[in-house]
Design a protein around this ligand. Structure first.
Ligand SMILES: [Zn+2]
Length: 277
């Protein structure tokens, strides 16, 4: 009798556990959003254990404008996130680069955290390696010269000279690092891993609707706030929107308020106010 009762108890607990797991799987996206919404600052402040190394911080202070516009609390979060990014990525020197310098690591990590500053738990987990060339490099796959590319096998490839130029010409609307990382962000969102589907689906739908209209305009009229390469496809359009969002937010807002606001929803931040949303 007692054995039968304890067996009954076992099955009740097992079924409840399975039920709980099913609910978590079913509502995983919503649960994660709720945790992010209420606890994102806690995640940022308390789960980031590594402080940024002092000589890394010097590079941020000296060379990264985005960091200067943050308030003190966000500066501290930004620093720790940069250190975490550096800790979990492998930086690989190629063609013309003998070794990876502190400046290379810090500025590339800072670019990645700039793009994901509205997403405290996103670190491009699919992309383990950052491959760095000195300048434009020849790709055997496309048989063309590239400044950078994102490989779905998990590599982000950048050319250092062009990366630096992107930040030196800060209001040109061209930024190689942000451009390639924007491609990586969209891929990361689509790959079923721990960072899957973090971008709000309704905002993405709105973005695609507006993108279709603007791409047509670029192709037919050849005139747009965005450079003509944005008319290639929706992926290039997104990457170029991201470049302009950070480099020329005021002009972007004036050109197309709706698209700008949708982009703030996609990236959960607003460069006009230097604020996370
Ligand atoms: Zn591109």
């Amino acid at each position: 009798m007692k054995i039968a009762e304890s067996l009954d108890g076992f099955w009740v607990i097992a079924i409840m556990l399975l039920f709980a797991i099913a609910i978590v799987i079913q509502f995983y996206g919503i649960i994660r959003e709720v945790i992010n919404y209420f606890f994102k600052d806690h995640i940022n402040r308390y789960l980031l254990t590594s402080r940024l190394k002092p000589h890394y911080k010097e590079v941020l202070i000296e060379k990264f404008g985005y960091y200067h516009h943050l308030n003190d609390q966000d500066k501290s979060i930004f620093e720790k996130r940069v250190q975490k990014f550096i800790n979990i990525k492998e930086f690989v020197p190629r063609g013309g680069i003998k070794h990876i310098t502190v400046e290379m690591k810090v500025l590339i990590a800072a670019s990645a955290i700039q793009l994901t500053f509205g997403y405290p738990s996103i670190y491009f987990m699919h992309f383990r390696k950052i491959i760095l060339y000195k300048t434009d490099y020849y790709s055997n796959i496309t048989q063309k010269y590239h400044q950078g590319e994102v490989n779905t096998r998990g590599f982000i490839i950048l050319s250092w000279v062009n990366f630096v130029k992107g930040y030196n010409e800060a209001d040109s609307g061209r930024n190689l690092g942000l451009h390639e990382l924007a491609h990586a962000l969209k891929i990361e969102n689509a790959i079923r891993n721990t960072e899957y589907n973090f971008i709000d689906e309704n905002s993405l739908k709105s973005f695609y609707r507006l993108a279709k209209h603007e791409i047509e305009k670029i192709r037919l009229e050849g005139s747009s706030f965005f450079r003509s390469y944005a008319g290639t496809n929706v992926h290039e359009f997104f990457a170029i929107v991201v470049e302009n969002f950070f480099e020329r937010p005021e002009q972007f807002y004036r050109y197309d308020q709706e698209l700008y606001l949708v982009t703030t929803q996609l990236l959960k931040q607003d460069p006009l106010y230097h604020a996370r949303l």
